[in-house]
Design a binder for this molecule. Structure first.
Ligand SMILES: NC(=O)C1=CN([C@@H]2O[C@H](COP(=O)(O)OP(=O)(O)OC[C@H]3O[C@@H](n4cnc5c(N)ncnc54)[C@H](O)[C@@H]3O)[C@@H](O)[C@H]2O)C=CC1
Ligand SMILES: CC(=O)C(=O)O
Ligand SMILES: [Mg+2]
Length: 636
């Protein structure tokens, strides 16, 4: 060791920790001199494998691997199966004193440390954990995201600090091959309004379901929040708020940010699918209109919701034995989701019931906070409300019960985010005209649902067909148990995303959503329909997503938007064999080479691959014998 180094080392010892920190920040070059105390990444041999959530397997690493990777001693001695690791996590989650928000935080910590284990736990326990990583708990998590924040888990792109450099900043994400991106600007998170950068929780939650439910590999996924400001005073006034404390950008400035973001995505990952999530309604439509022909993208709230509700509607009309061409629907709420659903149902009616768009449109009645939407009610309608505004002399009405009495609908669909607003008289009026009406309170999270499952079954005397956006527990009434369906775009977006990417689609067409909707409707058996279950169970998500993905990929091919030269003979088989499966390195196979095909599909790194990564790191390490003839570590 040179004198120079020795004296530096001595000086450092005399500095306080905060002095050291201040100096590192001020003079990055001095980081090199700190290596005596904190090893550089290269010097850490295999340790980075444990600290990298994509690579880490924790106690699932076998003994030979630990030796190869130079991580012996950095883990408890036992070698455990992935299944046993998962069982431990479930025990921790099920501790009775935990709240759902605490369970959410435990799961996020796991996601930041061991993705394979996280996805094993989530995939095997979807019924129990989807309500935690997704609605309703993700809603509460987003509201408090700045307070429960520990690790980023996604990418924060700032319109104020990164403008003009989006491609460079996106390029900081540690994956070369991003295939699925969920982006929000936080402006309308579920039914909870503007949550600014706290909205990143919804991107993280949707990405988790793309992986656990749709088959994307975690390394190919990217949750993003665009920080374009926040208009919620109590949020930006909170000292813990994590975004910029400025009013939201608007107009050209705002759309310029979106344009730059989309261009950067396309430049970096031209085949990735970009999902727009929870943008406030007017921006949601405008962005979709501007971007949908420029890159592979869709808006989940408009199109994903459109497809999922159309499926339940198709099945519901089948159950009621109502011909599609005769169905009447009342939408309670006329935002991005309701208009998306109405457009999709009208498209479906036009294609499958042989009626014109004009006739289909007339079967749809839309209600907003001012009452039934008509051209005559005396206000200026935004464009998205004009599509379904009545122009046929239907009287102007405000009260939902009056509207129901007039329309006599077969289905009542709530996408208002208004919370409890359908009462006993509403339901009784509905049942007067239709024996088994569809009652779909779809607003999220649960607190925003228009009615509960218990109320709907009770007030309809068990006759209604029920589905909600957030899950409700089964209801028993007079000895009969009813299982509420979940009409949530989670049954659509994972399959649409995976199918589009598998087909190398260049855009997501309306026809691909019609195919997704039909595939989901067909995934529900006659027996389930007989029990008034219009949707599959969430436990079936992977199987359902595979069917949806196959239908979407085939539709992409048929629409001419697939870049594949030849379509596979069997899309379902093609897709199912390409879905990510969280796989363990069991004690038996630990350290053994994994077959190339398994490794590719499941991304289990073979012992050789991990060993070579570690060997590269170790070769640069001052612990490496080559650096010291005695073979002893070179330590100051
Ligand atoms: N189940 C699912 O898969 C999905 C559910 N949603 C939920 O739908 C809700 C709405 O989302 P967006 O359409 O994007 O929001 P939005 O805020 O643009 O639309 C809300 C609409 O409801 C109307 N409204 C509000 N209060 C009302 C009242 N008391 N009576 C009648 N109408 C009323 C508003 O005038 C507006 O037209 C949210 O809660 C969201 O979580 C959205 C997407 C998917
Ligand atoms: C489910 C969903 O996308 C929403 O509530 O916004
Ligand atoms: Mg949404």
């Amino acid at each position: 060791m040179s004198l120079h180094h020795a004296s530096l080392h001595h000086d450092q010892r005399n500095e306080s920790a905060s002095d050291l920190h201040a100096r590192d920040v001020a003079v990055p070059g001095l980081w090199q001199q700190r290596k005596r105390e904190i090893k550089t990444v290269e010097e850490q041999a295999g340790a980075p494998v444990i600290w990298a959530s994509w690579l880490n397997r924790g106690t699932n690493f076998g003994r030979e691997e630990r030796e190869h990777l130079h991580i012996e001693g950095l883990l408890p001695p036992v070698v455990e199966s992935l299944e046993l690791q998962a069982e431990r996590v479930m025990c921790q989650l099920r501790e009775t004193h935990n709240t759902d928000l605490q369970r959410y935080s435990i799961l996020n910590e796991l996601l930041s440390s061991n993705q394979c284990l996280y996805y094993k736990v989530l995939t095997d326990n979807l019924e129990e954990l989807a309500p935690i990583v997704y609605t309703p708990t993700v809603g509460e998590a987003c509201q408090k995201f700045d307070r429960i924040y520990r690790t980023p888990l996604g990418l924060y792109l700032s319109a104020f600090h990164h403008r003009g450099r989006f491609e460079q900043v996106l390029g900081n994400w540690p994956s070369h091959n991003v295939q699925i991106i969920v982006v929000t600007d936080g402006s309308r998170i579920l039914g909870l309004g503007d949550l600014g950068t706290n909205g990143i929780g919804i991107s993280i939650g949707k990405v988790a379901l793309y992986v656990a439910g749709g088959g994307f590999h975690p390394e190919h996924s990217l949750p993003v929040v665009l920080d374009v400001g926040c208009n919620r005073p109590e949020l930006v006034g909170d000292k813990f708020y994590l975004g910029e404390r400025r009013p939201r950008l608007e107009g050209d400035e705002y759309y310029g940010v979106i344009d730059e973001f989309c261009k950067a995505v396309k430049a970096l990952w031209p085949h990735a699918l970009l999902q727009f999530e929870d943008f406030e309604t007017t921006k949601a439509f405008e962005i979709l209109h501007r971007q949908r022909d420029k890159l592979l993208c869709f808006n989940d709230d408009i199109q994903g919701t459109g497809a999922v509700v159309t499926s339940g509607f198709i099945n519901g009309m089948k159950y009621q034995k109502t011909p599609l061409s005769e169905a009447r629907i009342v939408f309670y709420g006329a935002g991005s989701s309701a208009v998306g659903v109405a457009e999709m149902i009208a498209t479906y009616m036009q294609q499958k019931a042989g009626i014109s768009w004009g006739e289909a449109r007339k079967r749809i009645y839309m209600v907003d906070s001012k009452g039934l939407i008509t051209f005559t009610r005396g206000d200026t309608l935004p464009d998205h409300k004009k599509h379904f505004a009545r122009d046929d002399g239907t009287p102007d009405m405000k009260d939902l019960k009056d509207i129901i009495a007039y329309v006599k609908p077969h289905a009542l669909i709530g996408l208002s985010a208004a919370g409890p607003s359908w009462f006993q008289d509403t339901v009784e009026e509905l049942c007067k005209h239709t024996p088994c009406p569809l009652i779909f309170p779809l607003s999220n999270p649960t607190s925003k649902a228009e009615i509960t499952a218990q109320q709907a079954y009770e007030w309809s005397k068990g006759s209604c067909v029920f589905a909600s956006g957030s899950p409700f527990a089964p209801v028993t009434l007079d000895g009969t148990t009813y299982v509420p369906g979940q009409a949530n775009n989670v049954f659509i977006f994972p399959g649409v995303g995976f199918g589009s990417v598998m087909a190398k689609a260049t855009k997501v067409t309306d026809q691909m959503f019609v195919a997704a909707s039909q595939a989901l409707a067909d995934a529900v058996s006659e027996e389930q329909l007989g029990r008034k279950e219009m949707y599959p169970e969430i436990t079936q998500l992977r199987a359902v997503s595979c069917k949806v993905a196959a239908a979407v990929a085939q539709a992409a091919f048929e629409c001419g938007v697939s870049e594949l030269v030849n379509a596979p003979e069997d899309w379902h088989e093609y897709i199912s064999t390409r879905m990510f499966v969280p796989m363990g390195r069991t004690t038996k196979t630990a350290g053994m080479p994994v077959s190339k095909s398994t490794a590719q599909l499941s991304y289990v790194y073979s012992g050789e691959e991990l060993a070579s990564a570690a060997a590269t790191a170790a070769a640069k390490s001052r612990f490496h014998p080559a650096h010291h003839p005695s073979g002893l570590p070179v330590h100051p």
